[in-house]
Design a protein around this ligand. Structure first.
Ligand SMILES: *Cc1c(COP(=O)(O)O)cnc(C)c1O
Length: 399
């Protein structure tokens, strides 16, 4: 017998749960793409995307996933042979840097490891050593989804300013936007990369690049820019098709319009707070399970450095894989794999997992996932200290 029948819950860091409202918004006939509603909808989406990212500047929309948004950013920022500095705090920081290298950009990477955020002293030393200001851009992830670390973006900007380095600041917010505080303009960010399928609650398939007027001017002659990725016309279209470099992603736009309405109705501060409380509940559960059990623990020790959208943790191999299998098979809850913590062929790989709490999630979903996990820990005889669910419930009760 399995207890999995009923509504399944995918607690992985994207694609995240799609709200029924978003699904319903897509359930309609193909629209007229030459005039009317779709044109108004697209303009309103661009306006609301700016609000979500905390900017009044430029936004370009792509039919792509997050990797495509990386490519959009790279091809507009750089010319062949340009130099960039990548601040890596996990798999996604490395991924963006490798994409840039493959395009012919010379990327120096500072690896801050998998257990914590960018260290500003180390960053300052690297910037000071770049006496000729060869680094055109600093690349950093806000939340690295693999390690579930949050980087302090305002502090990265302050470090650039303190050493007088003119590099542009480019930030990947794919796993944080619509989940935790992000303020592109206030934090001095020049380029923000986003995607539809995480905090923005829309199916995978839309990538976003917001860019500052400063980045637009500094990158005017970028010779990696190709017609499809060129942000110039997309951000300032004279003809409707130019928004998307061709046919509009019609149903994704209906979905995103609805999701942005939901975000506006709840309000960003309330959304950030909801994610904060749900994240804290997940942390409390792992802290309780790991009491006196050193194999169990959160990947990021310092709460201030943890993502509010996803939590990476260890259970000891092979328990994490066994638990993920159990929760899906027996209880209808799909948990995230550990990513980049150990190679897939390594037995240690089976010791890591991630729990996502991003986008359309509420207390019953997160508490339900944690309760199912505790049931699985019991059913599988995985060593742990009971009381994780109670600790999580107390955290929710305290708000
Ligand atoms: C998910 C994610 C990506 C990759 O997005 P895809 O849509 O899978 O291409 C990149 N960066 C971060 C921080 C992510 O969380």
């Amino acid at each position: 017998m399995s207890l999995a029948n009923g509504r399944s819950y995918v607690a992985i860091p994207g694609p995240s749960v799609m709200p029924d409202r978003v699904l319903r918004a897509m359930h309609r006939a193909s629209p007229n793409i030459y005039e009317g509603e779709l044109h108004r909808t697209s303009a309103s989406i661009a306006d609301d995307l700016r609000k979500v990212a905390g900017t009044t500047q430029n936004v370009a929309i792509y039919i792509s996933n997050g990797h495509g948004a990386w490519e959009a950013a790279n091809s507009n920022l750089f010319s062949r042979g340009d130099k960039a500095l990548s601040l890596a705090t996990g798999r996604f920081g490395e991924g963006w840097a490798n994409h840039a290298r493959a395009l012919g950009i010379e990327v120096d990477m500072i690896d801050f490891g998998k257990k914590g955020p960018v260290d500003m002293d180390r960053l300052a030393r690297a910037l000071e050593a770049d006496k000729d200001h060869a680094y055109k851009v600093v690349l950093v992830t806000h939340v690295d989804t693999a390690t579930s670390v949050t980087n302090d973006i305002a502090a990265v900007r302050a470090t650039l300013d303190a050493v007088g380095h003119p590099a542009l600041l480019a930030v990947d917010t794919i796993a944080s936007l619509g989940c935790q505080e992000y303020r592109m303009d206030a934090w001095g960010v020049d380029l923000t990369v986003g995607a539809s399928q995480k905090g923005l609650m829309t199916p995978p398939g839309l990538g976003f690049v917001w860019f500052s007027d400063r980045a637009r001017a500094a990158c005017e002659g970028a010779d990696l820019r190709t017609p499809y990725w060129d942000w110039t016309v997309r951000a300032d279209p004279q003809e409707f098709y130019q928004y998307f470099g061709g046919t509009a992603p019609t149903h994704h736009l209906f979905a995103l319009r609805e999701a942005l309405d939901m975000i506006a109705e709840e309000g960003l501060p309330a959304i950030w707070k909801r994610h904060e409380v749900l994240a804290s509940a997940v942390w409390a559960a792992f802290d309780a399970w790991g009491e006196g059990v050193p194999e169990i623990g959160l990947n990021i020790a310092e709460p201030a450095h943890r993502a509010r959208s996803v939590t990476a943790a260890r259970l000891g191999a092979p328990h994490a894989t066994a638990l993920r299998d159990w929760t899906e098979r027996e209880a209808g809850v799909t948990l995230g794999i550990g990513l980049g913590m150990a190679p897939p062929g390594d037995p240690a790989y089976h010791g890591f997992l991630r729990v996502a709490h991003m986008g359309h999630v509420n207390a019953h979903m997160t508490l339900g996932a944690l309760a199912v996990m505790e049931a699985g820990l019991d059913a599988l005889g995985i060593p742990h200290t009971p009381g994780g669910v109670q600790a999580a419930a107390r955290t929710v009760a305290a708000g």
